[in-house]
Design a protein around this ligand. Sequence first.
Ligand code: HEC
Ligand code: HEC
Ligand code: HEC
Ligand code: HEC
Ligand code: HEC
Length: 426
Amino acid sequence: MILWLLACDPTPEVTDLDPATCAACHPAQYQEWEGSMHAHAADDPVFLALNEKAVATEGVPEDFCVRCHAPVALALGETQDGLNLESVPQSMKGVGCTFCHQLEGSTGPANGAVSWVWDGVMRGALDDPLKNDAHKNAYGAALDRDAPESSQVCGSCHDVVLPSGLHLEQSYVEWDASVFYEGLSRQSCGHCHLPSRPGRAAEVDGAPSRRIHDHSMPGVDVALVPWPDADRQRDLIQELLDKTLLAELCVVPEAGGSKVILTLENVLAGHNFPSGASHDRRVWVEVLGFSGSTQVLSSGEVGEEQAVLDLQQADLVLLHDEARTASGDISHGIVDAVSVSRRGLEAPRELGLPHARSYSWSVPGQVLEAVDVRVRMRPVGLDLLMPLVAEGLLSPAEVQAMPTFDLGSTALHWEDELGSCVGGQQ
Ligand code: HEC
Ligand code: HEC
Ligand code: HEC
Ligand code: HEC
Ligand code: HEC
């Protein structure tokens, strides 16, 4: 549960919470944040559609979704259930500057369990901040990438436990089990997701040079509606996805035919790939095999507007988690999930311990001469989005805006004698 610790100080004016006011002195942080999914979290049309369905579901608290997607609006009583988000001031939507920077810490492992103090004191990692007229400053371990508390705060919002008890989304739990949790390879959420560079924390006279942190926080999701800096966000996501996996493709002889073996290793993500809302992602392998000019192998080959789950291929390799409803269907509504099977590629659990996984496709009676593979990803599956259009909760244009990313490092072409491999280098 969220513990709202409202301070005794006089309540600041609501305008004080507007992230736009921070831009005057923190232009870089503002611009990066503005294009991020944190800023977009309560404007995402898929969120609005699924929230409406969740609120109508018996046994689901009405504020279940907004406590993470619009925590400021909820805390200030501007919304109870997110159904009126259209009329909530933009400055209170999403995960804003003054939400993160007034966090004191985490009060539980999931579902937005954080303590938030509305006292106008901006917490951060600086222990010698310059005084300024806009706000007071304080050191806060919850906002210090180097302190363990900081990952717990990210984790409280990034792990989702459904009212039924199902731990559906678990980026924190996955990170906690990985080699990045402690020791020599320790990397907090912030180390990877807020990379630092030299710069000034505030663009004001006398501000010293420090290390500042990128607030773009690209992941997987993109804005499906017009949004600031949308192209830049997409480029950042592509850049991240292009480096996340290490892939090796081998083609070997097998009983008079051929066998394609693809080995994938998660080398960059500090948790599973994919993580978090993995159950709504669609991540699959496309494999095409040729003998001469004849195509003799096709798996995961989908059209631009085709849902990958419509393929019904026995040899289709899917890497996202599979959440199912009580009636055994694929879950399309988050809160209707009763079980989940994990298929994501894990982060290393111990240094040097192999954690790659191999997948294979047999082609009996054919000697393959060329093979093309790539891992592809849609942030949210078309099988989930199409029914929302039919229900009038999403527009066809919003579905068309859903991209399909190809993971650059996994796009491999093999053309050789059987028994040889390509890729595999880092
Ligand atoms: C009039 C200029 C000004 C405005 C407006 C302003 N700040 Fe600041 N802020 C500063 C200065 C100056 C510092 C200290 C920089 C330094 O020491 O290098 C600072 C520091 C910070 C820090 C670091 C605190 C720490 O102790 O690590 C955070 C976080 C922060 N501001 C957030 C915000 C947010 C959020 C807003 C908008 C609600 C905002 N600021 C508006 C001037 C401003
Ligand atoms: C108030 C809860 C909350 C806190 C605290 C929070 N996040 Fe988020 N985060 C969200 C929500 C909600 C989204 C947006 C969901 C969406 O994609 O629409 C998000 C999106 C993201 C994304 C982009 C995911 C994607 O697939 O596009 C990254 C990366 C991320 N957060 C990292 C962090 C890190 C690192 C921290 C800690 C410094 C953090 N978050 C703290 C709620 C939170
Ligand atoms: C070692 C670096 C590293 C660490 C540590 C790390 N991440 Fe990530 N994270 C990545 C990379 C790389 C991606 C992009 C690939 C992917 O989607 O998994 C990513 C993606 C994400 C996404 C989008 C995932 C998806 O598939 O929807 C979220 C959300 C996220 N991280 C949250 C977190 C949180 C929360 C923590 C801390 C508990 C954390 N990350 C720790 C590197 C890291
Ligand atoms: C998801 C949480 C989150 C949100 C939202 C967020 N920040 Fe930050 N911010 C951080 C973290 C974490 C750090 C500190 C990293 C460190 O130094 O270890 C930070 C650092 C800062 C700093 C210190 C300078 C720097 O770049 O390290 C300033 C100033 C700042 N943020 C301003 C803002 C402003 C302005 C906004 C909104 C436009 C904002 N932040 C939104 C988490 C957040
Ligand atoms: C514990 C905080 C939390 C709660 C509760 C929560 N979300 Fe999210 N949501 C997130 C975070 C964090 C992400 C980004 C995860 C990622 O990138 O993997 C996200 C991503 C999303 C996305 C974009 C990706 C996708 O899965 O389609 C949608 C839509 C969404 N949430 C809807 C909802 C709805 C509807 C509810 C209520 C039933 C809800 N969320 C409850 C934190 C939360």
